[in-house]
Design a protein around this ligand. Structure first.
Ligand code: GCU
Length: 676
């Protein structure tokens, strides 16, 4: 039903084996003041248990001596029950869950941790996992945020799930029910912060009516431990505040930001902080005044510092009018070029937020070299749940495996193990802050993202932000059980099509590291390989009649390979040691170049597009075999999309293959492409 859509993985559907499981007779939510996360945890436990076990448990706030499901913070627990040995293992936001004996203990390092523990317990029982467990779970990194690119007029940039749940007609919405429901979903996957407006920010967010609105939204999300933050427009002091300048080193500008920041914190005392997109894609920034990006970031850092806020400063800084004629030009170089000399110059509460690859959420990119460049700066990785370049939720593309490859990538800084996940967590370079942010862009659609299956990406994002060591297929299967129940066939089919979906999409949209060959000028949707070259955006393939690929070598190209640490740099510098899946990212080669597989580049293109599209053809048929095992509303909704996807994969296949056949005049060995 539509309700199943909005409940997503928090359905709390009855579990067949639940009746034989012994459940304590009541819930004790320790020291919970109304609307605190522990209070919410108590309510959630009551609701979940009613759904899963069909039993109505009472909630009290004090120990009555009988077995119970106890939820609370370490401090509250100790006061009532005394100390326990796991307490000292708990880190901020972490929890201890124990279901041994005849009680269930859910103890958070803080209130948020207690709520996470409650959701963990409910996730286990909802999946029929009733065996006794006892463990501590701590987050991999302190920052686990989502970014929403909502505009004040209610539209969402790169959003595919309907209108904004936060804004309408220039103002924060009056009704915050959606915001609270979304915060609940986020808490269940341990997300602790949310930026609610577009990085291309509108300064009128700062007017009085909207600041009052921010308070309303923050109040709605606070009980779930989700802290609100906002994106700012760098030019606001001038365009909104009426000053003559927005120079970050001007005392009046500084004072203006301090003042408006204090005002916001009066309304939202626990605001998470600001997200800043500056000097990128035409947005204003400090470079306008010949100030550094660090000067810009630190101005905000000082304004939020007294309030404990954080500045997420985006590394997505580049010139979007670069000259194609210059062989050495490369947008992929921009981030390291802009940031390398600023390392160590950012205030302690600044975190540089880096997209996973050096370009822009492509179907395959190497990790951004900026991760191993910044040593004295806290960093966060930016991922994208919203499938901007990856089929915009009209295609099933499960992103867990893509993210896993990036998070586990070892960048070998100083010749030592330097996995991306250990860099942004702060561990590798001993930084106090760091973590991840994902662009999600949920909307008012009852499926949140516009597609039921796309929700596996939101789920996986949260779980992987908490613990990147998890395997993407395990996470997926938890999500399937929670979302669709226990049927074996359902599990098999959704696992299979999801795990095949990213490789298939890569094959029919842009293989060998050539980028997603979509329309990059406007829509970012559908095939348009011609748009990839001769543009100012710098997302280039340099395809001509003989050859294709970006030469990013130091010896002959843009030098981008040299931005990586030596071991990685020499691997990418050399055609023979560059993995096939990134060949065209780093090298410009003839279409007849042989791959490690023995195929030529062009034949690989033809074959991969056929293989990828053929795989996609199987998705809807597999799904159709689930008829009767999934409620009609969700069954039909997904089927419609998968049928569409199988058609669109053919459009992709033929458009791309024909394009490169026309360009290269090299026939397909299997005689499928061209005029035969
Ligand atoms: C992409 C996207 C834009 C967005 C930008 C960003 O280029 O298409 O809509 O504003 O990234 O991340 O800032």
């Amino acid at each position: 039903s539509a309700e199943d859509g909005s409940r997503a993985w928090l359905r709390y559907a009855p579990v067949p084996q639940a009746s034989s499981h012994r459940l304590p007779p009541s819930i004790i939510a320790l020291n919970s003041s109304s609307n605190s996360p522990v209070y919410v945890a108590g309510q959630e436990l009551q609701k979940g248990i009613k759904g899963v076990f069909g039993k109505e448990l009472s909630i009290s706030s004090t120990n009555k001596g009988s077995p119970a499901i106890v939820v609370g913070t370490i401090d509250a627990y100790k006061k009532t029950y005394g100390s326990f040995k796991e307490a000292r293992e708990l880190e901020e936001d972490g929890f201890f869950l124990s279901t041994t004996g005849n009680t269930v203990r859910i103890i958070g390092q803080n209130e948020r941790g207690a709520l996470y523990g409650a959701f963990e317990y409910l996730s286990r029982v909802s999946q029929g996992k009733f065996s006794s467990v006892s463990y501590v779970s701590n987050p991999h990194a302190p920052i686990r945020w989502v970014n929403e690119w909502d505009n004040l007029d209610g539209t969402i940039e790169r959003g595919y799930g309907g209108a904004s749940i936060f804004f309408k007609n220039g103002y924060v919405v009056e009704n915050v029910t959606h915001a609270a429901e979304y915060a609940r979903l986020l808490a269940s996957i341990r997300i602790n912060g949310i930026i609610i407006n577009n990085v291309n920010a509108n300064p009128t967010l700062l007017n009085d009516r909207n600041i009052a609105g921010l308070a309303r939204l923050a109040d709605a999300m606070r009980p779930f431990g989700v802290q609100l933050g906002i994106s700012l427009n760098f030019a606001s002091p001038q365009t909104f505040g009426g000053l003559s300048t927005f120079d970050p080193l001007d005392a009046n500008v500084d004072a203006w930001w301090a003042n408006i920041t204090n005002k916001i914190y009066q309304s939202v005392p626990d605001m998470a902080g600001y997200l800043i997109k500056a000097n990128s894609e035409g947005q204003p920034g400090p470079l306008t005044y010949n100030r550094t990006l660090a000067d810009g970031a630190n101005m905000f850092a000082k304004a939020v510092k007294p309030h404990g806020g954080v500045i997420m400063f985006r590394a997505f800084v580049y010139d979007n009018k670069i000259l194609y004629a210059n062989w050495k030009n490369d947008r992929a170089n921009a981030q390291v070029d802009f940031f390398k000399d600023l390392d160590g110059k950012f205030d302690d509460n600044v975190v540089v937020q880096i997209k996973y690859g050096p370009i822009d959420f492509q179907v395959r990119e190497p990790p951004s070299p900026l991760f191993s460049t910044l040593r004295k700066t806290s960093t966060a990785i930016e991922l994208q749940v919203s499938q901007e370049y990856l089929g915009q939720q009209c295609h099933l593309v499960y992103l867990g495996p893509l993210w896993k490859e990036i998070l586990e990538y070892d960048l070998r800084a100083d010749g030592k193990p330097s996995k991306v996940k250990d860099i942004y967590s702060g561990e590798r370079f001993k930084r106090p802050l760091g973590g991840s942010a994902a662009v999600v862009n949920v909307g008012t659609n009852t499926t949140w993202l516009g597609s039921h299956l796309a929700m596996s990406n939101l789920y996986a994002y949260g779980i992987m932000a908490w613990d990147p060591a998890v395997e993407p297929d395990d996470v997926l299967q938890d999500w399937i059980r929670l979302t669709f129940g226990f049927d074996r066939k359902v599990m098999e089919v959704i696992t299979d099509i999801s795990m095949k979906s990213w490789p298939a999409y890569e094959k029919h949209t842009g293989n060998l590291g050539v980028q997603t060959l979509t329309d990059i000028l406007y829509t970012h949707y559908g095939p348009n390989p011609a748009s990839q070259d001769n543009n100012g955006w710098g997302q280039w393939t340099r395809a001509d009649t003989f050859s294709i690929g970006m030469d990013r070598t130091v010896k002959n190209g843009t030098g981008n390979a040299g931005q990586y640490a030596p071991e990685i740099a020499s691997m990418f510098e050399n055609v023979d040691t560059t993995p096939d899946d990134l060949l065209l990212w780093f090298h410009h080669v003839p279409y007849t170049q042989k791959l490690k597989s023995g195929k030529t580049v062009i034949q690989h293109f033809y074959d991969a597009h056929y293989e990828g599209a053929a795989t996609v053809q199987t998705f809807w048929k597999a799904w159709e075999s689930l008829k009767g095992k999934i409620d009609t509303e969700r069954f039909e909704h997904v089927l419609f999309r998968l049928i569409y996807q199988s058609g669109h994969a053919l459009v992709w296949r033929d458009a791309i293959n024909q394009f490169y056949y026309n360009l290269s005049s090299i026939p397909d060995e299997a005689k499928r492409v061209g005029n035969h």
